[in-house]
Design a protein around this ligand. Structure first.
Ligand code: ATP
Length: 354
């Protein structure tokens, strides 16, 4: 699909939103890069949808500024912002056919019927619905309805596309293929897109950048890999997947840090700036831990509490001096039974100082 509008960055400066005396968005600064797909991720009620609605102009900020490209849109109504939103509920018109739904915005803009027809056909082809134009909405599956909603937004060639939990009404398998389709369309059009989800695997899969939110503030911004590998807080570490939080002691300096946990020393690379020697918490991904028989290597002494075979891997709970750790090892690796003593070896690659 060819989009004429140049990609626009979206910037929020000190944006605050208050509902009924409660500050739900707290002086947020955010720079969404032009042409990127940026995801707002966080637990229910943290303010993701409110940010989307503030960008759309469906809510007005109590303080701060919002810019789309160079234009200050803070005081503009939704219809003057050149953004399109795809809702969780699809929000399609049930009494209209698929092509009438998709072409509705162009009709409002008084685009001539011939051009409208051509653009509707192109948009339906883009979302994999060529030939479905004459159907009514209730003759379409949930996944197809969401494609219609995406086509209806795309056809307007907006400066910014906003997706509010677009896949949450679909089953797991469909979610996966739909999220890949959305990603493909976003990349081929280059439209700056902001995507809201509370599903971390969806966020990791579709995003250029992820903004993790907590209680109306930004907890951390980064690429999916940065957030997964270098969380800066326990909240982000545990929200972006499973993590074991261990207490250790950072030793060394000059960028060459090691962390000692109960005498077990791990040389770390890529420690984030600002970490200094002394007591630290570290987050360790369960798949970065291995179990060894005592005497066969180095690791933290522990005892297996439980073992579960889950097809693609083994999942263990192990006890290290009263602290439980969750360990995931590849299917086919040596199996340890509950009660067995083990050593927990840690791959420094999966360790983040938080
Ligand atoms: P979810 O994942 O559950 O949709 P969210 O992160 O998108 O959550 P928001 O919908 O942005 O959260 O809501 C943030 C907070 O603002 C919540 O406490 C919510 O109750 C409150 N809120 C949102 N809209 C309104 C409103 N119109 N009036 C009053 N409070 C509101």
């Amino acid at each position: 699909m060819t989009i004429n509008a140049a990609s626009c960055r979206v910037t929020l400066e000190g944006v605050t939103k208050v509902f009924d005396g409660n500050v739900v968005i707290d002086a947020i600064d955010l720079d969404i890069k032009a042409g990127s797909l940026t995801t707002l991720l966080g637990p229910s009620g943290c303010g993701k949808t409110t940010i989307l609605r503030l960008i759309a102009g469906l809510e007005m900020a109590n303080a701060g500024r919002i810019r789309i490209g160079e234009q200050d849109v803070t005081a503009l109504s939704a219809s003057h912002r050149d953004v399109a939103m795809v809702f969780q509920s699809y929000a399609l018109f049930p009494h209209m056919t698929v092509e009438e739904n998709v072409g509705y915005g162009l009709k409002v803009q008084k685009v001539a019927p011939a051009e409208r027809r051509q653009r509707v056909d192109a948009a339906l082809t883009d979302v994999g619905l060529a030939g479905f134009g004459g159907r009514y909405i209730d003759q379409m599956s949930g996944g197809q309805q969401q494609r219609v909603a995406v086509a209806r937004a795309l056809i307007l060639e907006p400066k910014v596309m906003l997706f509010d939990e677009p896949l949450s009404n679909l089953d797991t398998k469909l979610r996966r293929s739909m999220r890949e389709d959305i990603r493909r369309l976003q990349q081929s059009t280059g439209i700056t897109s902001v995507y809201v989800t509370h599903d971390q695997s969806e966020a990791l899969a579709v995003s250029d950048e992820v903004v993790v939110m907590s209680a109306g503030k930004i907890a951390q911004i980064g690429t999916p890999e940065e957030l997964y590998r270098r969380p800066t807080s326990t909240f982000v570490a545990t929200f972006m997947g499973d993590a074991n939080i261990l207490k250790g002691m950072a030793v060394g300096g000059g960028g060459a840090f090691s962390v000692e946990i109960d005498g077990y020393r791990l040389a770390l690379s890529g420690v984030r700036p600002g970490v200094s020697v002394g007591p630290v918490n570290i987050a360790v991904r369960p798949e970065s831990m291995r179990l060894l028989r005592p005497g066969t290597g180095e690791g933290l002494p522990a005892e297996v509490r439980s073992w579960a075979y889950v097809g693609s891997s083994n999942e263990y709970m192990v006890d290290h001096r009263g602290d439980e750790m969750f360990v995931v090892t590849p299917a086919g690796s040596e199996v340890f039974r509950p009660g067995e003593p083990v050593l927990v070896a840690i791959d420094p690659f999966g360790v983040a100082v938080i």
